[in-house]
Design a protein. Structure first.
Length: 219
């Protein structure tokens, strides 16, 4: 893509609050959007996320009951994604998940993996003080999911697909629904954010942003 095409895509992207329910995103295009999430960076490369693509209309209705920010999005989105973030137990430095990521996914030799584990332990305990509360670990994991979320929405825009991130929900009630309806272990996972994808029906409102000179400083 050219520089202009990239900026045009960012200008095209907006918080689309209602989609054309008759238009579905081709599977190959949506697979590309999902692949952009899979390939997204995360702290230490530990990928503390999971993506639930909710297409069942009955489950969407249940989500709608506790999601005030997606009343028009849930019924009309071509694809709707619930993004989960890992909670404390599986993100501790000595957890089976961290061991699995270093040994099985990253293929790090044992000596280097254990040095990395020690660095990660210091990062959690001292540098970011993530073990001060269970919430701190989940919030840190959620920050990683937003990298994937941003990439998904940006790639969608480049492909002419609209999107809208959704934070307007009752976290406690939503977690109960994903546990009951989607078999999610909420001791391991929490809902970080959600996002709908599809094609707009309404004209895009003018984009309003601060000027670059007002938000960037060179030193």
């Amino acid at each position: 893509m050219t520089q202009k095409e990239i900026i045009d895509a960012f200008n095209f992207r907006h918080a689309c609050k209602i989609f054309d329910a008759t238009k579905k995103i081709p599977q190959d295009i949506f697979d590309t959007i999902l692949e952009s999430a899979r390939l997204s960076p995360s702290s230490f490369g530990f990928e503390p996320w999971r993506f639930l693509v909710v297409q069942d209309s009955i489950i969407r209705e249940r989500l709608k009951e506790v999601t005030w920010g997606a009343q028009d999005i849930l019924p009309t989105a071509s694809h709707y994604v619930v993004i989960l973030a890992r909670k404390e137990p599986t993100l501790l430095s000595d957890s089976d998940y961290i061991t699995h990521m270093m040994y099985d996914v990253h293929k790090i030799p044992k000596e280097k993996a254990e040095a990395r584990r020690a660095k990660y332990k210091k990062f959690q305990e001292e540098d970011f003080e993530l073990l001060a509360s269970k919430r701190a670990v989940f919030d840190w994991a959620s920050k990683q999911t937003y990298i994937a979320l941003g990439n998904m929405m940006s790639v969608a825009a480049m492909l002419g697909v609209d999107s809208c991130a959704v934070e307007g929900f009752s976290a406690k009630d939503l977690e109960k629904i994903v546990a009951d309806e989607l078999d999610v272990d909420t001791n391991v996972w929490g809902v970080s954010v959600m996002v709908g994808f599809g094609y707009r029906v309404n004209k895009q409102p003018p984009k309003t942003r601060q000027e670059l000179k007002d938000i960037v400083e060179y030193h």
